[in-house]
Write a protein that binds this ligand. Structure first.
Ligand SMILES: NC(=[NH2+])NCCC[C@H](N)C(=O)O
Ligand SMILES: [Mn+2]
Ligand SMILES: [Mn+2]
Length: 298
């Protein structure tokens, strides 16, 4: 299997500079060589071209969603690139960038797999719509949009249709959801394993239940990993840190188990912010986790 690295240097969804530097940071840290050394052929498809918008103009396209058109444009290009990658039988590794890129990656993967499962690993819900969002930051909206909730421009990005079925979604490590997101989650068919449940039953059990749940329902799984799922004390280099999260070891256990399930078809690795990082701690954790994922990928 060939791996395609796709860089998405975007920070508009977070409205905070820094995560746009992450794809190149990971390249500098030899992510390609590291994966090649595991025996894979790796082709880096480069970066998605993200148009420049001045921060004064963030609300120019919509009064409640920041940088809307630039985000739609970049994610449409990302969706096409992911689509091409999977068409060739390759595995797309999408390096963020902020989590708005889930819009594009899921749109691209979902053109190939009718019953697409999504595992969203995140302290946040990313289940806001423009009505519920307290910030107008689009990185808080991609999961809702992918299942058909929110502004139609986000929902219908790339292809005019809903991208994933609610009951094919598993959410893990949530602990900082906005009021409106809690309502959306409770009314949805998403299978959620919030942080308190991870603490109570342990990661081994969460992995077992996640895979058991999805195996009978879906034909392939897209994993969307937000670094802030990890406890704030271990990951200084991410933009919306939350305490009481999973440990680095738990993240490794989860990601390697998903990789070895034989069902993972694509991966988002998002919200690394090199400008906030301390001595490259978070960048090193990122390379380390990615290495272990590809060591175990089946
Ligand atoms: N991908 C993320 N880190 N999302 C953080 C979202 C934070 C908050 N819920 C918002 O909508 O603004
Ligand atoms: Mn997120
Ligand atoms: Mn998050």
């Amino acid at each position: 299997m060939k791996i395609n690295v796709i860089g998405m240097p975007i920070h508009y969804g977070a409205d905070k500079e820094g995560c746009d530097f992450a794809p190149n940071k990971l390249r500098e840290m030899n992510i390609q060589k590291t994966i090649e050394n595991l025996g894979y052929e790796v082709e880096d498809l480069g970066d998605i071209d993200v148009v420049k918008v001045s921060s004064e103009d963030k609300f120019q396209d919509h009064p409640k969603m920041k940088y809307l058109n630039a985000i739609l444009d970049a994610n449409t290009k990302l969706a096409e690139m992911v689509h091409q990658s999977i068409s060739k039988g390759n595995f797309p590794l999408i390096l963020g960038g902020d989590h708005c890129l889930g819009l594009g990656s899921i749109a691209g993967v979902s053109t190939h797999i009718e019953k697409l499962g999504v595992i969203w690993i995140d302290a946040h819900g990313d289940l806001n719509t423009l009505e519920t969002s307290p910030t107008g930051n689009i990185h808080g909206m991609p999961l809702a949009a992918s299942m058909g909730l929110g502004h139609e421009s986000l929902v219908n990005i790339y292809k005019d249709r809903i991208k994933i079925k609610e009951d094919y979604i598993v959410h893990i490590a949530g602990r900082d959801l906005d009021e409106g997101e809690i309502e959306i989650l409770n009314q949805s068919k998403i299978k959620a394993f919030p942080m308190e449940m991870v603490k109570k039953v342990g990661m081994t059990k969460i992995i077992e239940e996640t895979l058991q749940y999805l195996k009978s329902r879906v034909d392939g799984i897209h994993v969307s990993f937000d670094l802030d799922a990890i406890d704030s004390r271990y990951v200084p280099g991410t933009g919306t840190k939350v305490d009481n999260g999973i440990t680095v070891e738990e993240a490794r256990q989860l990601l390697t188990a998903l990789a070895s399930s034989g069902m993972m078809v694509s991966l988002d690795f998002v919200e690394l912010n090199p400008l906030l990082d301390v001595n490259d701690t978070t960048a090193k954790i990122s390379v380390d986790l990615l290495t272990d994922i590809f060591k175990n990928l089946k």
